[in-house]
Design a protein around this ligand. Sequence first.
Ligand code: NDP
Ligand code: HSE
Length: 433
Amino acid sequence: MMRTRPLKVALLGCGVVGSEVARIMTTHADDLAARIGAPVELAGVAVRRPDKVRGGIDPALITTDATALVKRGDIDVVVEVIGGIEPARALITTAFEHGASVVSANKALLAQDGATLYAAAERHGQDLYYEAAVAGAIPLIRPLRESLAGDKINRVMGIVNGTTNFILDKMDSTGAGYQEALDEATALGYAEADPTADVEGFDAAAKAAILAGIAFHTRVRLDDVYREGMTEVTAADFASARQMGCTIKLLAICERAADGESVTARVHPAMIPLSHPLASVREAYNAVFVEAEAAGQLMFYGPGAGGSPTASAVLGDVVAVCRNRLNEATGPGESAYTQLPVSPMGDVVTRYHISLDVADKPGVLAQVATVFAEHGVSIDTVRQHGRQDGGGEASLVVVTHRAPDAALSGTVEALRKLDTVRGVASIMRVEGE
Ligand code: NDP
Ligand code: HSE
């Protein structure tokens, strides 16, 4: 039976995502009402610039006083799509205090201080949903939080940043350099004017923290995530990757240790075999590969950014929260009961692809191999190309077997100290085999 009294939604932010949330709420109002069992009404829209023209939105709903909006007392759901830490955090906690549930797309805040938000939601008996915070439109948080709640997840590995995937894909498919590919991403509106959060891996690291926390039922914060951006990846790296039957992706990888006693979370560029499902993720798409004990391997794929795809995820949460309210129930809260520690990057077991410029003379290969052996790192393959420029140098590419990252980085440090090693041209991890 349809309730006639509407559920009231306050929209905080009306930019790329918020404007699409408002549009879909308005154009799909009847369907949303039928699915929820009550009409949903946009009760107010908080923005920074009230005079900006916002098509399709009643100007009477616009306010610059977001705090007053969330304090009204008659709001059922606050949708936070402002972004950043403050005032978003204060507005969300105030919303809970005043009897509203919250839907947010704010990965930065959830990764930095999700525990505070969860605690406030629980204290006030409200919902906190955030499907849009990771991988845009792709249903991922709910599958991890609910559908896989009966399983044991051991690994989550994915491409969770569309901008960097677009850049790497262009470099791979056209041979473009990093700057050229970034310029194209900017021209097409994928990269922001300041692309630092994307290209330096901060955005992906925030998403990795959220995914690891949910997957392993423990608390993982942004600072726990090892992070390397992708600005140093070169056309030569792609050429090297191709020789190995690989491509290069910026990956977010969250793993449970083999002994089950700790977890790790990291973001860095890595070579992956062309046969791996993540290798075929092109342009600005996202994809996340989940390995669970009973379910096996699952892959989630789709648009990871953009106003309309992200609004789809936000509205899915709005519907879920509204249904919960009508049933006088709440959805799942924080699940951090395992309290597993997050291990440092040095403990991660991985493989390295190392490209060295070495002196082309007898004994050098043996010298290099000795350094690997001294650090307990086993070599898988070695490729050497003598240079034709008469400089007496050669390029040496070494791919290792799996070893702790600390041993691998110790090896590289020792290699740099050899007189016969003129330079370390590139180091990249190899994943997905
Ligand atoms: P925008 O910058 O496009 O929009 C931000 C909105 O917040 C604007 O409407 C702005 O007002 C408003 N705003 C800023 N500060 C305040 C304030 N103090 N009080 C009230 N309103 C304020 O951001 P996006 O829509 O791109 O992103 C929103 C959130 O969604 C972020 O957390 C982001 O990480 C997340 N997200 C975004 C995705 C995307 O593809 N864009 C994908 C997935 C998640 P005004 O319009 O007046 O400037
Ligand atoms: N800047 C992000 C990306 C937006 O490129 O994926 C989605 O979180």
